[in-house]
Write a protein that binds this ligand. Structure first.
Ligand code: CP
Length: 317
């Protein structure tokens, strides 16, 4: 019966589009994580699952992890990739609309991944090609669903489940799309509690706090006061590109720097996560601490994208 259920879930994901984590049910997300676990256990088994398939990789905004992890994921599945990381090299520079670009891409590719600085763009692209798997690789300050999948797989893999954790989110909680997505999604699992750590200028937006269950969070500006209570410390970069005022950015950018001294106050089983890139918020001296898992997290990102691509294409197990 369990196998029948998981077959039905997999069949239900074929051809789907992922614009925000809420597009998939918890059971569907768990089925992606289970496949990622199988791939992690034996990566070579997936080596030809996407043979003969093509992925379009459309990056209208800079990226290291998301683009390379998607592209390496597709290649590790035996598929191939085309696309751009500089939209000036496409006919966008001649004034082609995103909707037309989407329709053209659907003539050539089996699946498309799009990152864009403007909120809502991935949805617009996806709506132009119904039936084609489209994955949002980050749209401005809105959503970055595969970062959330990466974060959840990391938590599940290293702490055993996504339930019942105390998670400290530290830094830029105002503009941090990965933070908003992660909190919203972890709230779909049971018993998670959040500690939001930020200066008042970079607090979680009021509208966001009003959506959270009463008693599920507290706010503070002191990392030192709460670090000893955490199962997970999720650090974030102050996002220079979202600031209108450069002086304000400079004033706030180094408010929190996680270093060895602060790590001494943390529990031995706490993990430190970060979506990366980091600037100054985690001193490099912390990298050697076994609790620092942000580079492992980036690798989990490739495995979860392998599982996601396989599910949307209907290939593999
Ligand atoms: N975490 C993340 O999205 O990194 P990139 O911007 O390098 O893709």
């Amino acid at each position: 019966m369990a196998d029948q259920n998981s077959d039905a879930l997999s069949a239900g994901l074929v051809g789907r589009q992922l614009i925000e984590p809420g597009d998939f049910s918890v059971a569907e997300l768990e089925s992606i994580f289970e496949l990622a676990d199988q791939i992690i256990a034996d990566p070579k088994t997936a080596g030809d699952w996407a043979k003969g398939r093509l992925m379009a990789s459309l990056f209208y905004e800079p990226s290291t992890r998301t683009r390379f992890s998607f592209e390496s994921a597709m290649m590790r599945l035996g598929g191939r990739v085309f696309g751009f990381d500089d939209p000036k090299t496409s006919s966008v520079s001649k004034g082609e609309t995103l909707m037309d670009t989407a329709k053209i891409i659907s003539c050539y590719a089996d699946i498309a991944v799009i990152r864009h600085p403007k909120e809502g763009t991935a949805k617009l692209f996806a709506q132009s090609v119904p039936g084609m798997p489209v994955i949002n690789a980050g749209d401005g300050g809105h959503e970055h669903p595969t970062q959330t999948l990466t974060d959840l797989l990391t938590i599940r893999h290293l702490l055993g489940s996504c339930d019942g954790h105390t998670i400290g989110l530290c830094g830029d909680l105002l503009f941090g799309r990965t933070i908003h997505s992660l909190v919203k999604t972890l709230n779909r699992w049971k018993g998670n509690r959040f500690i939001f750590i930020s200066p008042k200028e970079l607090r979680m937006p009021e509208y966001f706090l009003s959506m959270l269950p009463e008693g599920s969070y507290i706010e503070t500006d002191s990392l030192d006061d709460v670090i000893g209570d955490l199962d997970i410390l999720y650090m974030s970069r102050v996002q220079r590109e979202r600031f209108v005022n450069e002086e304000e950015y400079i004033r706030l950018k180094d408010v929190y720097i996680l270093d060895k001294k602060k790590m001494k106050k943390a529990r031995q089983d706490m993990i430190v996560m970060h979506p990366l890139p980091r600037v100054n918020e985690i001193a490099t001296e912390v990298d050697a601490d076994p609790r620092a898992v942000y580079f492992k997290q980036a690798k989990f990102g490739m495995y979860v994208r392998m599982a996601l691509i396989s599910k949307l294409l209907g290939v593999g197990r």
